[in-house]
Design a protein around this ligand. Structure first.
Ligand code: SF4
Length: 148
């Protein structure tokens, strides 16, 4: 039967290689989103020409390239590529695995990406462009998973 899943979800080595490309060419990161990462976000402020608080809200989870459709989540759950852990990437500093945070497919870089990371190519998604200003997340804290 034909597999309609993207290659990065099917093959771990493809997912890994594309991660390295995205890190090199689009500064995918940060390595550990739970840290302040002041320099990382400072670079994004300059690149995007926005305040720090705005830059810190531009995450994969609200990027226009972030595909978390049921089909893609199924591909990640069942494909070998979906088993790639950020901590397996051959980079320094080592990347942190963020427990409990969902991965989805980045259609820009063809990777499984963590919700709390970002890259230079972040684009607003449709709901972000169309929703009322009041409904937008206003800080990084607003986007963190809530405790039960
Ligand atoms: S293009 Fe968007 S979804 Fe893909 S890595 Fe960059 S910020 Fe994340």
């Amino acid at each position: 039967m034909e597999n309609h899943c993207p290659v990065e979800a099917q093959y771990k080595e493809v997912n890994l290689a594309n991660h390295l490309l995205a890190i090199k060419l689009a500064n995918l990161g940060p390595a550990d989103p739970r840290q302040p990462n002041t320099l990382y976000w400072g670079d994004k402020m300059v690149l995007w020409g926005v305040e720090e608080g705005v830059a810190r809200t531009r995450l994969c989870m609200n990027c226009g390239y972030y595909d978390k459709s049921p089909e893609m989540l199924e591909c990640i759950a069942t494909g070998e590529g979906g088993t790639l852990k950020p901590s397996e990437l051959p980079v320094e500093p080592k990347w942190a695995d963020i427990q409990g945070m969902p991965s989805a497919i980045c259609t820009r870089w063809n990777i499984t990406c963590s919700a709390l990371r970002t890259c230079d190519d972040w684009e607003p998604c449709e709901w972000e462009e169309s929703e009322e200003e009041d409904n937008k997340p206003t800080s990084y804290v607003d986007m963190m998973p809530k405790e039960d």
